[in-house]
Design a protein around this ligand. Structure first.
Ligand code: ZN
Ligand code: ZN
Length: 341
């Protein structure tokens, strides 16, 4: 079978690998689609994402849908052949964060295709992959695997909106119209936001945000754009650049909430902290998700319009060109690798 393996910065290889055998508690899944994520692109370009650094070859990928092939001894789950999405996180279940109900920030979690721990957790960009059976989620009738491949990033977006607190009837700003920013738009609208304004430098990216339900689109580099809101109740930073956080902090109302979701460059970032002080802004982080994965599958089943965010499906043998396409936000939104062709 094939696996999509990162060996170092710029060194992505599609390799023959042995078919894994599911052990007790595990399922073997035939992967259909794998979504290329910003973190996969960071490993490809820089050999690291945030403070997680690549130290051995790693199969990338954590946005995975496919069908059940078999189970390990004594293990059961959705019947063989069932279409499933894979929840990529295996929290430890015993640390203070897990015990306190914040499994998404577990200090000892295993996450598909992540170099956060060593040995790294091998990912799901492979023809077949073993995962804990309890992390399989059966796709509801009518939800195509192609759209279901958005479940992981949509869960990230839904978690960020949940971190913002009440958004129903509120005015929301999202900085960054990449796949995550667009899905934050969809999540905020689903949660009842009165309006969602999105900023980005690229017109093409903003068009994807419109497809996700954004009410107002703003060119981030145009201070005279008539779409700029006076102030908003909630701002979600989804661009991963310091300028986006600056915009959020300047436009949120006094006492409003800013959620930092984008992964900023490693090291120190400029930060207009005095705004946080004098306007009593609540600045919150959002990292991954937990139960939102199930809610994301439900929302995807109900929102066929989100198909528009899958901008390309590329055979796994052309993984390098798929990554290049995904990295070019002027040409793409979510790019899927196709393992089924
Ligand atoms: Zn992802
Ligand atoms: Zn834990």
């Amino acid at each position: 079978m094939l696996g999509c393996v990162i060996h170092g910065p710029g060194d992505l290889r599609v390799e023959e690998r042995p078919v894994p055998q599911p052990g007790p508690g595990q399922a073997l899944v035939a992967v259909r689609y794998g979504g290329v994520c910003g973190s996969d692109l960071h490993y490809w370009r820089h050999g690291r994402v945030g403070d997680f650094r690549l130290e051995e070859p790693m199969v990338l990928g954590h946005e995975v849908v496919g069908t059940v092939v078999s189970y390990g001894d004594g293990t059961s789950g959705p019947s063989v052949g069932t279409a499933v999405a894979v929840h990529p996180a295996t929290p430890c279940g015993v640390c203070p964060e897990c015990a306190g109900g914040r499994r998404n920030v577990c200090r000892d979690t295993r996450y598909l295709g992540s170099a956060a721990r060593f040995p790294h957790v091998q990912g799901g960009f492979a023809t077949q992959v073993t995962v804990p059976a309890e992390q399989l989620r059966q796709l509801p009738d009518g939800l195509e695997p192609r759209r279901a491949a958005l479940a992981e990033p949509l869960a990230v977006a839904m978690h960020a909106v949940r971190r913002a607190g009440e958004v129903a009837g509120r005015h929301v700003l999202v900085t960054g119209a990449g796949p995550i920013g667009c899905l934050v738009v969809a999540a905020a609208k689903a949660a009842g936001a009165a309006s969602v304004t999105v900023t980005d430098l690229l017109p093409r990216a903003l068009r994807f945000a419109a497809a996700a339900g954004a009410d107002t689109l703003v060119r981030a580099d145009d201070p005279h754009d008539t779409g700029w809101p006076g102030e908003v109740d909630v701002a979600v930073e989804a661009s991963g650049v310091a300028a986006g956080l600056d915009t959020c902090l300047r436009l949120v109302r006094r006492g409003g909430v800013v959620v930092q979701l984008g992964m900023l460059p490693p090291g120190r970032s400029p930060f207009p902290g005095n705004l946080v002080v004098s306007r009593e802004i609540e600045l919150r982080g959002a990292f991954r998700f937990d139960g939102e994965f199930d809610a994301a599958i439900e929302l995807l089943a109900a929102e066929p319009a989100l198909d528009a965010l899958v901008s390309a499906v590329v055979p796994v043998r052309e993984a390098e060109s798929a990554f290049a396409l995904a990295a070019d936000r002027g040409r793409s939104c979510k790019v899927l690798l196709d393992f089924g062709a």
